[in-house]
Design a protein around this ligand. Structure first.
Ligand code: SF4
Ligand code: SF4
Length: 258
């Protein structure tokens, strides 16, 4: 009896730095197991060969920043049974969403010697603003263990277990005292999605939100707490406008403070 074909996995890149794709390649201990159960059918960063769709699972990295990519993501969606947006770019627009707060034509005229050759959209937007997304995995870059969990979950037809709580819970889980309470260090941990194991607070550094907003963030309350710690308004705005500036909770609070 012929072997059952393996599910087809595709990895796509849009406006991004490729860091999240590298998280997949960085899975040294798990990669052989993954290749054993899925057919990596499309992954330009890693393979020259590409197998045509449809695909069982598409991992999409990057934000939508050009008219061409706005069309391309529709095609990717049509060819994918499940589509997972991976990383800050794909889930919130990424660092490139900083342009959403400015006039992009003005920026292009300043940055490029021949701006007439630049074809870009006014805003950098997450994949979910263009097509239906089955799951969003946050982080800049994503956590590779969470990526394995997402791939495994979709292959087994279950919901991925990537906790929606904040970095604060990860501090508590590892027994670390809160650096904001005990040392007065401004930290975005209370509003930031878990996934890094509270990396920055473990080095006595405030979280700067690279995993984006947690499920129910209260950015307004947290920024008032930062004020009480003596942080200037411009610095609060800057903290909210980094990797996930386009994420609704961070964007709204930064705009309210302008
Ligand atoms: S989310 Fe961060 S690491 Fe991933 S592609 Fe975007 S900029 Fe790179
Ligand atoms: S910035 Fe926050 S979410 Fe990012 S690694 Fe540091 S603690 Fe984790």
């Amino acid at each position: 009896m012929a072997d059952k074909p393996k599910p087809k996995l595709a990895v796509w890149k849009f406006g991004s730095c490729s860091g999240c794709q590298l998280a997949l390649l960085d899975l040294e201990d798990e990669l052989l197991d993954i290749v054993g159960v899925v057919d990596i059918a499309h992954f330009p960063e890693a393979t020259r060969a590409a197998v045509n769709g449809p695909y069982d699972l598409s991992l999409v990295e990057g934000s939508i920043t050009t008219p061409h990519d706005a069309e391309r993501i529709q095609k990717v969606r049509r060819e994918s049974k499940f589509l997972v947006a991976v990383g800050a770019c794909a889930t919130s627009g990424g660092i490139q969403a900083l342009r959403n707060f400015r006039d992009v034509k003005e920026l292009v005229s300043i940055v490029y010697a021949t701006p007439e050759y630049i074809s870009t959209l006014d805003k950098s937007t997450p994949v979910g603003e263009h097509v239906h997304v089955d799951y969003e995995l946050r982080g800049c870059p994503i956590n590779k263990k969470q990526l394995v969990e997402v791939i495994s979950a979709f292959l087994h037809g279950r919901k991925p277990n990537t906790p929606p709580h904040s970095v604060c819970i990860e501090c508590k889980q590892s027994g670390m005292p809160c650096i904001m309470v005990t040392q007065g260090v401004p930290c975005l941990g209370p509003v930031t999605h878990a996934g890094c194991g509270a990396l920055c607070p473990s080095y006595n550094r405030g979280c700067y939100g690279c995993f984006g907003p947690m499920e129910t963030p209260n950015a307004e309350s947290l920024s008032r707490q930062w004020e009480r710690l003596g942080v200037e308004n411009k610095d609060i705005i800057r903290a909210l406008r980094t990797f996930n500036a386009g994420a609704e909770a961070f964007r709204k609070e930064s705009e309210a403070r302008e």
